[in-house]
Structure formats: C-alpha cells, structure tokens
Design a protein around this ligand. Structure first.
Ligand code: TXA
Ligand code: MG
Length: 354
C-alpha cells in the first residue's frame, strides 16, 4: 500500500494531532507516534488486519512480536490473564515509563501481535501524546519502533519519515525522544524476573523493588541467536540498529583502545575511506586529530544521542564508525552498539611489560 504520508506537528496542534492519530487507529490504520523512548508505529492491538499493516510497513519478520501500549492500568484486565506480585511491584514503581513487562495474553489479542507466543509484552508510556492517543482511540495499541526493520530506531519524527515515507499515512511529530533507546523488556512469568532487553530502567533499579533479577544470557554473552532458535525475546536473533556505515566496537583498557582507534582511523583514511570516532566527552581530546562524534558524559546522555549519531553518520556518508565503548555508557547503549556491529567487539588489553 502506497500512502501520501502526512506529518502533524504536535507542538503546533496537539489536540488535532491526537485526534487524527486516534481516528486512524479506530479505522484500522497505522500511525507513527512519539514515546519517551523512541517513535512507535502503532495499530489497534485487537485488530489483526491492522497489525498486519505494521509488519508490511516495516518489513518486519513475522516471528518478532510487538509491544502492546496502554494508557491506564485498567486496560490490562482486558488483554492479559494474570498479574503476579512481582509484575505489580514493577508496574507500581516504573509505569508510566520505559519498562515493557511480559504477561500471559488473552485470546482477544491476535496471534500476529505475539508472533504466535502465549505471552505479550505490555508497556504504559510516559509520553503524554502517546497516552492521549491510546485513551482517545479507546484501544490498546500494538507498536514496534517506527523504523525499517534492521535500521536504528527513530528518536525524531524525521527518522521515521526517512524510513517510512509512503508506507504510513500519518506521522505525529512530538519532538525528540528523551530516553533515546527502546524500553527495558522484562519477563516476570518465572520465579526470578529476567531482563530480555536492557533499557533506561536498569537491573539495579528493578532489584530495589523486587529483589533478585537476572540478565538473559544473550545480553551477557552478546551472541546473536541462530535463525531457527527459540529465543525468549524473538527480536534477539535479528541484526539490529545498523546504519549503512560499518560499525567497529573497541572495548578494554582506555589508553590501548585510544591507540588502536587512532591507528585504525589513519589506516582507513589512507585507504580513502571516511571514518568517524564515537566516544564519551572524557575521551574526545584524545581524538582531536580525528573526525569525532561525542555522545555525552554518561549513560543517559549516551542513550539519548546514540541512534541519532548513527543516522547522522549515514547522512554524512561515513564509511566506518570506530566506537570507543566504555562501562560508563551503560548496558543499554553497549547492547545496541554491539548489535549494530554484528556482535563483533575488539577487546584491547593493557600492554604488560615483563
Ligand atoms: O520503547 C519501546 O519499547 C518501543 C516504543 C515504541 O514503545 N518499542 C519497541 O518495539 O522497541 P520493538 O518491536 O522494536 O521491540 C519489541 C521487543 C522485541 O525485542 C521483541 O522480541 C520483544 O520486545 N517482545 C515482544 N513481545 C514479546 C514476548 N511476548 N516475549 C518476549 N519478547 C517479546
Ligand atoms: Mg525495534
């Protein structure tokens, strides 16, 4: 389906934007809308034909389930079977906000939303425009990130436009997403909650509320799952967040990483390639001779800047991104950039002199 994509700026006409988006959802259409994490591409979660349109617009594999967005806790009762104590505590602490929780789903949620699983991920976004669209439409909204499958998630409406122009009828521009990486996904259906995707709500924050929480092994090992594997979060087996530029991630001793990146930078330049170093502010001076993109001082700033930096690199026709990874960037950023690099990390050790 080819659409004449229309953008409405919520800053100019908030009420009109919310009404148009809600109407589109009620009509069984799809709409790009802002959330505090990244832009979403939404449809009525109870309308399987509408949900199909999301998969088509994004080119998303059918076996990668969507997140269902609600505006009010009362909406949970109509879509999930039971809310256990740990889920309740996490909801009380972090909703509305960037936390998606896995529940056993009810039959009214069609199978294409859950990609055939018995469970669904649910989240209540903090973004007021998102919540108003959900309220006004009167439907739970199934929405993945509003990018072409495999590309970095959109943190600005123009990113969604770049990817989905002609593929969606309506984009609501609500400005820049403050968090910048997708929600944390947590599975609370077992004894110990398991984080399937790291995000702004960290393991430490959750442990304060529910006790022990585990990170899924795919996060700690950084491995892509095999194509036919049965992952806990099906999204884990796909390459993600990839700009056109090749991303090479360096980890390890700071001084040695800096040496390696500078050396690699010069090598690529000598070959006539355009390279860019991406790092935190504290390292920027070390790369004074290079083309550098600084992604802030800490984990929050790095998350907010990451996807825009990757997309900007494409706009600047950068061939190679040399990424200086650091603990301080936080797990969510590390997880996304490792995936963008196809799960390859170069670890540089401190030079030992015997
Ligand atoms: O912040 C976000 O979560 C954004 C905004 C729009 O809300 N949405 C988003 O959706 O990132 P998406 O589709 O790009 O990522 C959904 C992730 C995927 O990794 C998927 O595999 C996982 O959630 N997921 C969805 N349902 C699941 C389920 N029933 N069990 C396990 N993982 C699930
Ligand atoms: Mg996504």
């Amino acid at each position: 389906m080819e659409y004449a994509t229309k953008t409405i700026f919520a800053a100019r006409d908030k009420k009109g934007a919310i009404e148009a988006a809600a109407q589109e959802i009620k009509n069984g259409g799809i709409v790009v809308f802002p959330t505090e994490t990244v832009y979403g591409l939404g449809a009525d979660a109870k309308n399987s034909a509408a949900v199909d349109k999301i998969f088509i617009a994004k080119g998303r594999p059918q076996d990668n389930p969507l997140i269902v967005h609600i505006a009010d806790v009362s909406q949970l009762d109509e879509i999930v079977k039971n809310v256990n104590e740990k889920a309740q505590k996490l909801m009380d602490a972090f909703w509305p906000g960037p936390l998606s929780i896995i529940f056993e789903k009810m039959d009214c949620i069609p199978n294409n939303v859950s990609a055939g699983l018995k469970t669904i991920a649910v989240r209540m976004p903090k973004n007021e425009i998102a919540r108003e669209i959900i309220r006004k439409s009167g439907r739970p909204i199934a929405a993945p990130s509003a990018n072409t499958s495999g590309k970095p998630s959109p943190t600005q409406a123009k990113h969604a436009y770049e990817d989905l122009c002609g593929r969606v009828p309506l984009i609501i521009d609500g400005g820049i997403c403050e968090v910048g990486v997708e929600s944390t996904v947590v599975d609370v259906t077992g004894e110990v909650p398991v984080i399937l995707r790291p995000g702004d709500i960290t393991i430490e924050m959750m442990e304060k509320v529910v006790g022990a929480v585990r990170l899924h092994s795919s996060i700690t090992s950084g491995q892509l799952l095999k194509k036919d594997a049965q992952p806990s979060a099906p999204g884990m087996k796909y390459k993600h967040y990839s700009p056109n530029a090749q991303v090479i991630v360096f980890d390890g001793d700071k001084i040695e990483v800096e040496k390696s990146i500078k050396c690699m930078y010069d090598l690529y330049r000598a070959k006539g390639k355009s390279a860019e170093v991406v790092c935190l502010e504290e390292c920027a001076a070390q790369y004074a001779q290079c083309n550098v993109a600084v992604i802030g001082k800490n984990a929050k700033q790095a998350a907010a800047a990451l996807f825009t930096t990757l997309r900007d690199a494409d706009e600047l026709k950068i061939d190679i991104i040399l990424f200086h990874m650091q603990e301080k960037m936080g797990l969510a950023v590390k997880n996304r950039i490792i995936k963008a690099a196809g799960n390859q990390v170069i670890t540089v050790k401190e030079e030992k002199i015997d």
